[in-house]
Ligand binder design. Structure first.
Ligand code: VG1
Ligand code: CO
Length: 560
């Protein structure tokens, strides 16, 4: 087989966002669009590319197979030695991260738009993960973006036909070199990793029950995303959960069954209703399309906020064998995430880091052995076992804690709040706003924080008064490589510890999504309704931002 060079011209807007390039499927289908972006990723790898091995796979959404065929033909033409591909193109994002690490390869190309809807009318995405298994840092994605603006040609092996439906190794001769494609089982490596981290016999006993304890009833919802493959292996085959009553929506569909595969109270309402309607269920969990997000609910759908989930796991790491063996370094959270975990860090005397939104900012700290456990308010929880957040890992961590403490989800939370106090948290999303309106609102907020008298200013609503202590646009200096990341969200911090944060989403494929985050801490009043407790702070947030005036929106589209 021989490669050729194909002439092309740049596309506008191939700028990776919070987590890779995400666009409508029809955009990726445009002639040369996907080819250009893949070539630019490979070019950004420079000298390391020739002779390298890469992992390829994704959440199985529509256009994945076409994209993999393009990647195979471009990789072969560019002198990549080997591709390791998940069977039928299926690999969860955590599985890719794990494979990059266990196979010690140069990186991986992840085909996913994560929690965004899939199918021909919806989104596709491509993300590159580097040698440590984590999402490429800004310096790399900036290079890719610069290359996409200048590309004139890509390399291609037109006659290379390669199936990836069966596992096994295929060797091709391309331009006189060996080019290898190894198709692997999508879950073997990941299942082995989970078995090293957790005590599977103990978890099996929890799920199956024993003489002293009835089976702990879970309802695990893959939302028609990629985790179905892993849930079947781990929860059904290994841990003995019932395929009929303990798992649902476990067949990955390329359009996710036309649902929004995002595990939160809005988009996973179906699961919430099932758990609420059936008191036999002790725990419900859901994942997003690519398997890195998780939502945990207890009996009667008692909701665990991701910020609290992180804090509870941090407080109980000693019941997970991996941490017992390895020890626990510091903790971290993304800036908008509520500060519940900070209190655990203080008590356990661990280092605590606050990074910008996006998992790529945790990687350096983990590589430097400063960070063991981290999370984001957006239903992301994970540890240094890989360099991505990991939905299934989070559920196994919760089950380990439950089995160890022999307490319900709700009781664990209540006990936690009684010890540490509670950070009430909510996020309001205003999806698909007009981009100009959203930008105008952010400029308005820039002006607000630039006012010379902003510090000390007071705002009142619902009988509460808040005094501004700090107002800024968050910027971050990476403690390891000293790289600086600016403009990561407007923060208004009040002197009672309450916080309001505004930022624009970097994962959407059309329009602008405004996210407003509200966080306030209570030492003693820990069992109230979050939406009630936060009402005054939310009113202040809407007043400061003039969100309604700028966007015409009365209500958020999603509340988490
Ligand atoms: C969102 C979340 C962020 C998360 C990112 C990727 O980004 O807020 O916390 O890391 O999605 O998650 P943004 O820029 O839209 O706010 V995933 O599961 O879509 O890879
Ligand atoms: Co995801």
């Amino acid at each position: 087989l021989f490669s050729t060079v194909v002439a092309t011209t740049p596309f506008e807007g191939q700028k990776p966002g919070t987590s890779g390039l995400r666009k409508k499927v029809k955009v990726f289908m445009e002639k040369n669009y996907t080819e250009n972006f893949v070539q630019c990723i490979l070019d950004a790898l420079g000298d390391k590319l020739k002779g390298s091995t890469l992992i390829v796979g994704g959440d199985g959404r529509y256009f994945s197979k076409q994209a993999i065929n393009i990647i195979i033909r471009i990789a072969a033409a560019n002198g990549v030695h080997k591709l390791i591909i998940g069977q039928r193109g299926i690999l969860s994002t955590p599985a890719v991260s794990s494979l990059i690490r266990t196979h010690k390869v140069l990186g991986g190309i992840v085909l996913t738009a994560s929690h965004n809807p899939g199918g021909i009318r919806n989104d596709f995405g491509i993300k590159f993960n580097i040698e440590n298994g984590g999402p490429a840092p800004d310096s790399f994605t900036d290079t890719v973006y610069e290359l996409t603006k200048k590309i004139t040609e890509y390399k291609f092996t037109p006659d290379l036909d390669c199936e990836f439906h069966q596992t096994g190794t295929q060797i091709f001769q391309v331009d006189g070199r060996n080019f290898v494609v190894e198709v692997i089982d999508s879950s073997d490596d990941y299942v082995a990793l989970m078995k090293e981290i957790f005590d599977f016999p103990k978890l099996r006993e929890l799920i199956r029950g024993n003489e002293k304890r009835p089976p702990f009833q879970v309802l695990i919802d893959s939302m028609n995303g990629v985790t179905g493959v892993y849930v079947t292996r781990i929860f059904v085959e290994e841990l003995g959960a019932s395929p009929d009553t303990n798992v649902r929506r476990i067949i990955p569909l390329d359009n996710f069954g036309e649902i929004h595969p995002d595990p939160n109270l809005t988009y996973a309402k179906d699961l919430v209703d099932k758990v609420k309607g059936d008191p036999t269920y002790d725990l419900g969990a859901a994942f997003d399309g690519d398997g890195d997000r998780n939502m945990i609910i207890g009996k009667n759908a008692f909701f665990v906020t991701p910020s609290d989930s992180l804090a509870v796991i941090a407080n109980n790491l000693d019941c997970i064998p991996y941490f017992k063996k390895k020890g626990v370094y510091g903790f971290a959270r993304s800036m908008p995430t509520a500060a519940a975990v900070d209190r655990v860090a203080a008590k356990l005397n661990k280092e605590m880091f606050e990074v910008p939104t996006g998992w790529k900012y945790f990687g350096n700290l983990m590589d430097a052995e400063r960070l063991s456990l981290c999370g984001e308010e957006s239903f992301g929880t994970g540890s240094d076992h890989i360099r991505e957040k990991d939905g299934i890992w989070a559920v196994l961590a919760w089950l380990s804690i439950i089995s160890h403490k022999n307490m319900s989800v709700e009781d664990i939370l209540t006990e936690h709040w009684k010890t540490y106090g509670r950070n009430y948290f909510t996020r309001y999303d205003y999806e698909e706003c007009d981009s100009n309106d959203a930008n105008d609102m952010m400029s308005h907020l820039e002006q607000i924080i630039a006012q010379p008298d902003i510090v000390g200013k007071t705002y009142s609503a619902g009988g509460k008064t808040y005094k501004v202590k700090v107002a800024d646009n968050f910027s971050y200096v990476d403690p390891i490589d000293k790289s600086v990341t600016k403009n990561q969200g407007i923060r208004i911090l009040f002197d009672d510890g309450s916080r309001i944060i505004y930022r624009l989403s970097g994962t959407g494929s059309s329009g602008a999504t405004i996210r407003a985050y509200f966080d306030s801490y209570e030492k003693d009043n820990v069992t109230s309704e979050a939406q009630v407790m936060l009402k005054p702070l939310i009113a202040v947030g809407l007043e400061i931002s003039q969100l309604k005036q700028f966007t015409g929106r009365d209500e958020p589209t999603v509340i988490t």
